[in-house]
Design a protein around this ligand. Structure first.
Ligand SMILES: Nc1nc2c(ncn2[C@@H]2O[C@H](COP(=O)(O)OP(=O)(O)OP(=O)(O)O)[C@@H](O)[C@H]2O)c(=O)[nH]1
Ligand SMILES: [Mg+2]
Length: 250
């Protein structure tokens, strides 16, 4: 696995929306019954077949950086945003506010990724970005592949008694990106052949395309050496172990 070029996808959204459970489902195909909340960041990897079934098929390693969503860490988590090849925005279908907050998450990540402070200014006192939103035209300029995922379809159905899978979120509409609705406890939700699995595959293809095939040329970059980071990087991430006491899984 160590020979595969890799790309980094951030998984962001409010605390408790199900990012860790979702990341586990994507990378391991299994439900996670009782995830602890994430402090800092936890990393899982997934091998992805780029352009599967075509003559150009090739295996890449996707790193999913599952960022702890707790408000109390908002001033420090920008250290995880230095390299961003794609973003999965996660909201809880039974909690409307978590969906409304996705604009802020996008702003928080893309400000740093653009490296220009274009979407806001940093507070000199805390180093944190000032609050603010980002619009569809802005992200067009930032040019990062996006995917929106709504979790807890089961809870939303119970709460409202209505199917929620038809309605796309405002942010997916605004940015013209695909959206998946699922329950992270249902392992069939991302099973091969489902429309959700197809959307996820298309998203990962876009991430790879942007990272490695811009201008139809294989592009070398700083993150493409190795699927598993070197010891120095491991040490850095271990500092951010989650509250379960487990080191980030790399
Ligand atoms: N009913 C239901 N519960 C879910 C679903 N996905 C996650 N959960 C539960 O929601 C809670 C929070 O899930 P996490 O995956 O830890 O949420 P998170 O977004 O990683 O939270 P932070 O790490 O604090 O940012 C856990 O109790 C999960 O079991 C789902 O699809 N349906
Ligand atoms: Mg988590």
């Amino acid at each position: 696995m160590s020979d595969f070029d890799r790309a980094r996808v951030l998984v962001v959204g409010d605390s408790g929306v199900g990012k860790t459970a979702l990341t586990n489902l994507i990378c391991k195909g299994a439900a996670l019954s009782n995830p602890g909340w994430t402090v800092g960041c936890s990393v899982e990897v997934k091998l992805h077949e780029y352009l599967e079934g075509t003559a150009n098929q090739r295996t890449f390693c996707i790193e999913l950086w599952d960022i702890g969503g707790s408000h109390s860490h908002r001033n420090t988590r920008h250290v995880f945003y230095n390299v961003v090849n794609g973003i999965i925005l996660v909201h809880d279908l039974s909690n409307r506010k978590s969906c409304l907050n996705l604009n802020r998450w996008l702003a928080e990540v893309t400000r740093t990724e653009s490296g220009t402070g274009k979407f806001g200014t940093r507070s000199e006192a805390t180093g944190a970005w000032e609050d603010g939103n980002i619009s569809g035209s802005d992200i067009g300029q930032v040019d990062i592949p996006l995917l929106v995922i709504g979790t807890k379809m089961d809870a939303a159905k119970e709460k409202r008694g209505l199917p929620t899978h038809q309605k796309r979120s405002d942010i997916a509409e605004e940015f013209g990106v695909e959206e998946i609705h699922l329950s992270t406890g249902d392992t069939t939700g991302l099973a091969a052949g489902t429309s959700a699995a197809t959307k996820l595959t298309r998203f990962f293809d876009k991430v790879i395309e942007r990272q490695f095939y811009t201008n139809n040329k294989m592009r070398k970059n700083s993150t493409s050496n190795n699927c598993f980071p070197d010891r120095r990087r491991n040490d850095k991430l271990n500092v951010m172990a989650d509250r379960t006491g487990l080191a980030p899984q790399l």
